[in-house]
Design a protein. Structure first.
Length: 102
């Protein structure tokens, strides 16, 4: 279960929209202070929004991040099962042949 978000999604969306539609661009630190959020949080939200809109390179889009997390979860389960099976087979082999070196 994911950790609860510190800031509601509505606040995040509103803050990003306000920043992106403001002309001239306000100082992020000042705007974050006015909204009552941490300035690095607002900076990260705006970067992510720019990446999702195709305006910034070098970061994964939200869709790509979600896909990557899904694929990592999908791979993690078989790896755990393989580790359990490997441990169980080593244990059983030791039980069947106690003279076998470990």
């Amino acid at each position: 279960m994911p950790a609860p978000r510190k800031y509601p999604l509505e606040l995040r969306e509103r803050a990003v929209r306000m920043y992106r539609t403001s002309e001239p661009k306000p100082v992020i630190r000042r705007m974050a202070e006015e909204l009552g959020v941490h300035h690095e949080a607002l900076r990260n939200w705006t970067r992510q929004a720019e990446t999702d809109a195709g305006e910034r390179d070098g970061l994964l889009t939200t869709e790509e991040k979600n896909e990557l997390a899904r694929l990592r979860r999908k791979v993690r389960d078989p790896r755990r099962a393989n580790e359990v099976l490997r441990t169980a087979s080593a244990f059983l082999a030791a039980q069947l042949d106690p003279t076998r070196p470990r």
